[in-house]
Design a protein around this ligand. Sequence first.
Ligand code: ATP
Length: 239
Amino acid sequence: MEIVELRHVSHSFDRQRVLQDISLTISAGGIFVLLGPSGSGKTTLVKTIVGTLTPTEGAVVVLKTRMPSLQTMGSIGYMAQADALYHELTAKENLAFFAAIYGVPKKQTALRIDQVLEDVGLQDSKHKIVREYSGGMKRRLSLAAALIHQPKLLILDEPTVGIDPLLRNKIWGRFADLKRGGTTIIVTTHVMDEAERCDTLGLLRDGKIIAHGSPAALKQETGTDSIEQAFLTYGREKA
Ligand SMILES: Nc1ncnc2c1ncn2[C@@H]1O[C@H](COP(=O)(O)OP(=O)(O)OP(=O)(O)O)[C@@H](O)[C@H]1O
């Protein structure tokens, strides 16, 4: 079953065409990575899926509903590139705020907070003020906030930027756990080795999806042994 369907999606800012006729389906229950260089349109594309940006052309359907839809937005967890945390509050207070925004029932809030802090390994820093968090801790807390309402679809825009390889590995381990629990995950990145860890990969260049498939299939189709090489091959073909 597909959870996201993009139909001929294009978007322009003023006269700059940033997304160009993207048609793509994303299956439920897997990890989809959107890989592309800086400025290729990753953030713009995920915003159309989250429903915070309406594309100038085409349609985005999430969970069988045309976006933007407030109701469907409640089934999506979104972690933007910049952390949207309250620095003067503790981790627990931040999560209580997001739980209220996402409509988590009051009686379940304390339990959910503990669960998501456990998920991202921040239980011991629950009462610490976010201002005193490291950059990596803030990213993990943002991830916890995106998980608080147990979304069916989790969309993460460059979640591991500025995070060391060890922690990055841990976070990818969490993604695998969430997937096993039935969550569909869309991750944007420009880091090639992260792309190897997904089920399906979309390669984005200059606002166009130049290839789409499993990492193994893309490597096989291009006769290469790394995603980096495959990306370069597709890039040359489309140039
Ligand atoms: N609000 C905006 N107004 C005008 N132009 C924009 C706006 N947002 C993005 N752009 C432009 O759209 C293009 C794609 O940007 P986008 O942020 O989607 O790329 P990206 O692949 O996510 O890049 P990065 O990896 O650097 O975050 C860029 O040329 C950017 O300058």
